[in-house]
Write a protein that binds this ligand. Structure first.
Ligand code: 13P
Length: 249
């Protein structure tokens, strides 16, 4: 089993004062917890440099929430993977449903961003997940497979790729799939990974579950087969909650 990863996605939340949350996370990342689980925090890009400085020596990794596919150029307002790496990030989330929804990102865009992440030496956290309509239509597995095939670059391996299954209807809603549903989707993702990264490496790729993870449901979700950690939104803004989720291991 791969070493679990609990990653916090702060989304568009956090000012410089929010670094206090990160310091509380550092304080609670005890040797016992370090032995069990890897932690990452993905703050807004304005805080990556600051958070990376604060995290030196703490073993809490810092990540971006998105990147541009190109290394540099005339793309006003965008940030390259190289810039995130230069600021101290080691991870970047790509293809989050909020990017797919609000910025019309397609699988091929997500794939290009993951390629950029790898070019810059970052580990890409590639997000997939069905909408409520897709689940109700019985299309969940087909949607997730299609997203994986379209979004994961060929050079991916267990070091530079993490997959996050985030059902769109579970994000920020307090709703979660049943453990049986999570197990079914994660098994399909593992199976797809055999084709995408090869049989030897597929078992080592971390597959995170995301969507309304909180301390009270983390143990149950993290115990599901093929769940190798969590991608946490709202609860990652409160150090005690984030640490409570990590402590579910
Ligand atoms: P919530 O944990 O707030 O539901 O968000 C999940 C998510 O989108 C993490 O990327």
């Amino acid at each position: 089993r791969p070493r679990p990863l609990v990653a916090g996605n702060w989304k568009m939340n956090g000012l410089r004062a929010s670094a206090r949350v990160l310091e509380e996370i550092h304080a609670g990342y005890t040797p016992g917890l370090k032995a069990k689980v890897e932690l990452a925090v993905c703050p807004p890009a304005t805080l990556i440099g600051h958070c990376a400085q604060l995290s030196i020596g703490s073993r809490v990794a810092i990540g971006g929430q998105d990147c541009h596919a190109k290394e540099s150029g005339a793309f006003t307002g965008d940030l390259s993977a190289e810039m995130l790496a230069d600021a101290g990030a080691t991870y970047v989330i790509v293809g989050h449903s909020e990017r797919r929804q609000y910025h019309k990102e397609k699988d091929q865009d997500v794939c290009a961003k993951a390629v950029a992440a790898h070019r810059a030496g970052l580990t890409a956290i590639v997000c997939v997940g069905e909408t409520r309509e897709e689940r109700e239509a019985g299309k969940t597995l087909a949607v997730v497979k299609k997203q994986l095939r379209g979004s994961i670059p060929v050079e991916s391996n267990s070091h530079n790729l993490v997959v996050a299954y985030e059902p769109v209807w579970a994000i920020g809603t307090g709703l979660t799939p049943t453990t049986a549903d999570v197990a079914e989707v994660h098994a399909v993702i593992r199976d797809e990974l055999r084709r995408l990264v090869g049989k030897a490496d597929a078992p080592k790729v971390r597959i995170l579950y995301g969507g309304s993870v909180k301390p009270s449901n983390a143990a149950e979700l993290m115990a599901v087969e093929n769940v190798n950690g969590a991608l946490v939104g709202g609860a990652s803004l409160v150090a005690a909650d984030f640490l409570g989720i990590a402590g579910a291991y």
